[in-house]
Ligand binder design. Structure first.
Ligand code: SAH
Ligand code: SF4
Length: 402
């Protein structure tokens, strides 16, 4: 097997609770996946394969265009790359897509894909079509370290962070399925991305940032940062960095207006209190009235849905002077969930109080509930493998490689 080339891979962040090695190693067939490499790393990958720097620069530019503007995965279709160069690339590199295990379509048109990583971990992505837009809900982790009590993903263990390739791969796959190549500025079906699939994106900060940078790059997919929203449960120390380094729209999973209730339903609140989360929102770089912060609020019967809760929510948002909109999410049930959804009347009353205070508070229509694709319903079988089993699988794989 080849040794790993010297890519500029950062050490996992100090806040990341999962020490996942990030060195870029070749796949089991010895080839290196070009998908998910930054522009400099793509160039470096070519230089490491003995292309001279000038050639590497030119080829990297061409490859970037083919990969991210045209959606091509086959080097032999890259017509401006010579017929001798194409097999040279083919031998050393690959342009991956996540493996699709299952694709489902809801009666409302929502689509869900069950995807599998090369090391056999399952995760999901969801596409939600609307009349004037289409939103891809992207996963950042297999499972989640946090365990919000109303969230099905939260009942999984964290299996691992997704790599930039696996994050960008979701967007690539969705565009393959929607027939959206080459990239066009107008008339797209996939117009928006929300980092609201499985996992806490700020606990996989570097990979999410690197993946989204590729999605936003104007020479490729070119999706504007204004059309990308990152949702966090409130990882306070990384919120400012998200604003500075990714500068996408921010959504915060608030869900409660007192520390007592939030401690219970969003346990990360025991570490980063409600006031700290709201202060981090007030400090979020780039937030203003044109780019408001979305506060997600799941409606749980008799838990967080009273008129008093709605009034306290308004008070807090005004106290911190937040450019805010509130997204009221009817609780989506899953087997064994410890909560019920608030009644439609209660949700309406709650929404009216917030609206009357001049803050937009639409009720989100649940989408794809029949295929378990709605918010908080994503959960895969990956967790069924214990650590020992995963270690054994990894050993077997290693043995097979000799
Ligand atoms: N981990 C991130 C992003 C993924 S969850 C976060 O927590 O923000 C996306 C949204 O769905 C979050 O607001 C989450 O709180 C919400 N959600 C989770 N479970 C839900 C459920 N069962 N019903 C409705 N919304 C839920
Ligand atoms: Fe993780 Fe978000 Fe689910 Fe909480 S709501 S368990 S942070 S995915």
């Amino acid at each position: 097997m080849q040794t790993a080339p010297a890519f500029s891979m950062p050490i996992p962040g100090h806040i990341d609770p999962v020490p996942v090695p990030r060195a870029l190693v070749p796949r089991s067939d010895g080839r290196i996946d070009l998908l998910g490499l930054s522009k400099p790393d793509l160039r470096m990958a070519l230089e490491t394969s003995q292309l001279d720097p000038k050639q590497a620069k030119l080829r990297a530019k061409q490859l970037w265009h083919w990969i991210y503007n045209r959606g091509v995965t086959d080097f032999s279709l890259m017509t401006d790359i010579s017929k001798t160069m194409q097999p040279w690339l083919e031998q050393r590199f690959t342009i991956s897509r996540p493996q699709v295990v299952e694709a489902q379509v809801s009666t409302d048109g929502t689509r869900k894909w069950l995807l599998r990583t090369d090391d056999g971990n399952d995760y999901e992505m969801v596409f939600i079509p609307d009349a004037d837009r289409g939103t891809l809900c992207v996963s950042s982790q297999v499972g989640c370290t946090l365990n919000c009590r109303f969230c099905h993903t939260g009942t999984m263990r964290l299996v691992r962070n997704l790599s930039p390739s696996e994050i960008v791969g979701q967007v690539m796959l969705a565009r393959d399925a929607l027939g959206e190549w080459p990239s066009q500025p107008e008339g797209r079906m996939l117009t928006n991305i929300v980092m609201m699939g499985m996992g806490e994106p700020l606990y996989n900060f570097d990979n999410v940032r690197d993946g989204l940078k590729i999605v936003m790059d104007g020479d490729g997919i070119g999706l504007s940062r204004r059309r990308i929203t990152l949702s966090t449960s409130g990882v306070v120390p990384l919120m400012a960095r998200a604003g500075e380094e990714i500068s996408v729209n921010l959504a915060v999973s608030l869900h409660a207006v007192t520390n007592e209730i939030r401690d219970e339903i969003v346990p990360i609140n025991r570490k980063y209190k409600l006031e700290e989360v709201l202060q981090a929102c007030a400090d979020y770089p780039g937030a203003n009235n044109a780019r408001r912060i979305t506060f997600e609020y799941v409606m749980l019967k008799d838990k967080n849905d009273s008129d008093a809760d709605a009034r306290e929510l308004v008070r807090l948002l005004k106290f911190y002077d937040l450019p805010a909109k509130v997204n009221l999410i009817p609780f989506n049930p899953w087997p064994g969930a410890p909560y019920e959804c608030s009644t439609p009347e209660r949700i309406k009353a709650f929404s009216n109080i917030v609206f009357d205070a001049g803050i937009s508070a639409p009720v989100r229509t649940p989408r794809g509930r029949d295929i378990d694709a709605a918010c908080g319903q994503l959960k895969t079988a990956s967790e069924k493998k214990t650590r020992a089993e995963l270690d054994r699988l990894a050993e077997e794989k290693q043995a097979a490689l000799g």
